[in-house]
Design a binder for this molecule. Structure first.
Ligand code: GLU
Length: 307
């Protein structure tokens, strides 16, 4: 649909139904992509069966449709891409950027970051349990599309799992492999993932070799919190969004995103209840500069707030 070269995405995990925080990320990433004449892909991050809820993946896609979202191409499912993650792991191992680790959670209790125990080899008497990415020392920085210049010290994050002890692929590796393969140029997502970005940048660089797709630009959105200041998520029992009032809920997150909700066409489409046209108008009006940089406390969106 576009010649702009922009490829964005929305990447929900099917651990529950779509809630208001995920709707905010969907609206923002959709508007940012379409505003820039870009494509918008949907990827199902179904990599963590113990946390997944049967039927949630389909439910999320149906909900996105009923909120008027249209995406480009087929929905990619991470559960069908294990071989790609395996290839990436082999490459990282062969270039010395991944190592086997024999530490259990108990071994690491009390350590703020991984102390590097198995970097030089697994100590005798222990067996390999997981694979870690060798993050080492240095600085990861980027110009965030929303938050401006950000910087993390690698040693404050520590070497992190890319193949988990339970045998499942870690989110950090899968996301980078998929963003690379799908040609993603812009990642617009919640600030709860802010400290994932330096880890992902490091994996991107390790996978690059001499050439490869360009590292995407990243933009981090404010998170919505409940009355206890916790991020609204499936874990904090955020209520699912309700397609019967799609336009009102789009308008609600639009205001949370600091966007112009007084625009006349916006108001008319709201009243008319045309969710897809409302999103299209949103894409025209969208302004990154208006997005707040702080988290947003909400009343009434978590189940415990509602009772
Ligand atoms: N699957 C992740 C989530 O639902 C989002 C991943 C991302 O946008 O990078 O929190």
């Amino acid at each position: 649909m576009s010649g702009s070269g922009y490829v964005g995405r929305f990447a929900p995990s099917p651990t529950g139904r779509l809630h208001i925080g995920s709707l905010l990320a969907a609206v923002a990433s959709w508007c940012d992509a379409r505003h820039h004449g870009g494509q918008w892909l949907v990827r199902m991050e179904d990599l963590d069966p113990p946390r997944e809820v049967p039927g949630a993946a389909d439910d999320i896609l149906r909900t996105l449709e009923s909120f008027g979202f249209e995406w480009d191409g087929e929905t990619v499912k991470q559960s069908l891409r294990h071989e790609k993650y395996e290839d990436a792991l082999k490459f990282l191992q062969s270039s010395g950027m991944a190592f086997g680790c024999g530490c259990s959670r108990r071994d690491l209790q009390g350590a703020a970051v991984y102390p590097g125990t198995c970097r030089g080899g697994i100590p005798s008497g222990k067996q390999e349990r997981l694979q870690r990415f060798l993050l080492g020392k240095g600085v990861e920085s980027w110009n965030d599309l929303i938050l401006g210049r950000l910087e993390f010290r690698r040693e404050e994050l520590g070497d992190f799992p890319i193949l988990r002890a339970d045998g499942f692929w870690a989110y950090q590796l899968a996301v980078v492999v998929d963003d690379r393969d799908q040609g993603i140029t812009h990642v617009v997502r919640g600030s709860d993932l802010l400290d994932s970005t330096p880890r992902q940048l490091a994996i991107w660089k390790a996978l690059q070799g001499d050439m490869g797709p360009e590292i995407p630009e990243y933009g981090h959105l404010p998170v919505l919190t409940n009355s206890l200041g916790q991020k609204l998520s499936k874990q904090t029992m955020a209520r699912a969004v309700d397609a019967s009032s799609a336009c009102e809920q789009i308008d609600f997150v639009w205001r949370c995103l600091g966007q112009n909700a007084e625009d006349e066409a916006w108001r008319d489409l709201m009243k008319a209840g045309h969710a897809h046209d409302l999103l299209r108008r949103g894409a025209e009006l969208w302004s990154r500069n208006r997005v707040p940089r702080q988290s947003i406390p909400l009343q009434g969106w978590a189940q415990e707030d509602a009772v």
